[in-house]
Design a binder for this molecule. Structure first.
Ligand code: GRG
Length: 304
């Protein structure tokens, strides 16, 4: 933990985000020729309007923590497939039939800027684009066909009905209901945690890490996924729309959250405890990984 304190996370994040933006630009440019100009503009709006880029940064960081040494462009081409899936989920989550949001990342949501039909099509186009790019980039990193399929499967399982989409469904079903603590953990483990954990797993698999290391990073990813969601609930309850870049919505939509269930102080304490278990997973696998340690703290200390 002291190692994390001396790590220049802010410089690391700035550097990583620049490389991630370049890789996202390549990914968007590869989709645009296949769709009409309006859908292309919606794809670009959904992907290229900012965001913390946490998932690709976690993936590339896990890859290096496992000794991955493939060409830099290839690991980021793999890492941004997580962001393509994340971007689609935000575009669809903001639609009138879901959260009906006006603002995302400080700009109008994709359907507000580019129209609802274009937003639906753009989100849908991103899913196969991400899957195909995951296969291609894992092969480019030297993984054989079987290993590349395992990498792509990790992405799609996390995104699918057993992961993010299933979590979204639980979330919609839970509006207006008072969920128990374990129900809330399950909802967010699927909605947010699965893709965050897959970020670590995909980075480790791309580096051909051994099974024990892959599982340790999955454990770390699951823990920071939960911590991330608790922090999200705390921010929704405490931060302004100006800082968040979106309108706080949990109370409006009458959602159960870690704050509504436990109160602010207990939610913050739980987030710290879960970060502790993420770090313990790295310790148990003998992974020094200073960047991952610093990122675990960042997940609960961020201001947006
Ligand atoms: C049709 C049932 C159905 C589902 C479609 C819409 C959808 C699939 C899933 C949505 C799940 C979702 C919105 C998960 C994201 C949760 C979350 C914490 C988002 C914020 O992530 P950050 O903070 O955002 O990483 P930035 O803007 O930094 O990228």
């Amino acid at each position: 933990m002291t190692r994390a304190a001396t790590f220049d996370l802010s410089g690391y994040l700035d550097h990583e985000r620049d490389i991630v933006e370049d890789a996202l630009e390549r990914a968007v440019a590869a989709v645009e020729p296949h769709v009409d100009a309006e859908v292309g503009a919606a794809v670009r709006h959904g992907v290229m309007t900012g965001g913390k880029r946490l998932r690709p940064i976690l993936c590339a960081t896990a890859y290096r923590a496992c000794g991955g040494d493939g060409a830099a462009a290839d690991i980021y081409d793999l890492a941004v497939t997580l962001e393509l899936i994340h971007a689609y989920s935000l575009v669809h989550d903001d639609l009138p039939c879901m959260d009906d949001a006006e603002l995302r990342r400080g700009t109008p949501t994709t359907h507000r800027a580019q129209g609802e039909t274009n937003a639906v099509l753009a989100g849908a186009a991103l899913i196969p684009a991400a899957a195909l790019q995951a296969l291609r980039s894992a092969r480019a990193l030297g993984r054989d066909d079987g290993a590349a399929r395992t990498v792509a499967r990790a992405l799609l399982e996390a995104a699918g009905a057993g992961g993010m989409v299933g979590g979204q469904w639980l979330d919609l079903e839970g509006e207006g209901a008072r969920l128990t603590g374990p129900e809330l953990d399950t909802l967010h483990g699927r909605k947010t945690g699965a893709l965050l954990a897959a970020s670590l797993v995909m980075g480790a698999l791309a580096a051909a890490a051994d099974e024990r290391t892959v599982r340790a990073l999955e454990e770390y990813g699951t823990a920071i996924g939960l911590a991330f969601q608790i922090a999200d609930d705390v921010l929704d309850a405490t931060a302004s729309a100006e800082v968040l870049g979106k309108n706080p919505s949990d109370a409006t939509l009458d959602k159960s959250t870690y704050v509504s269930l436990h109160g602010l102080d207990a939610a913050r304490a739980k987030a710290r405890e879960v970060v502790g278990s993420a770090l313990a997973a790295l310790d148990a696998a003998g992974l020094e990984a200073p960047a991952l340690r610093a990122l675990a703290h960042y997940v609960i200390e961020r201001d947006r």
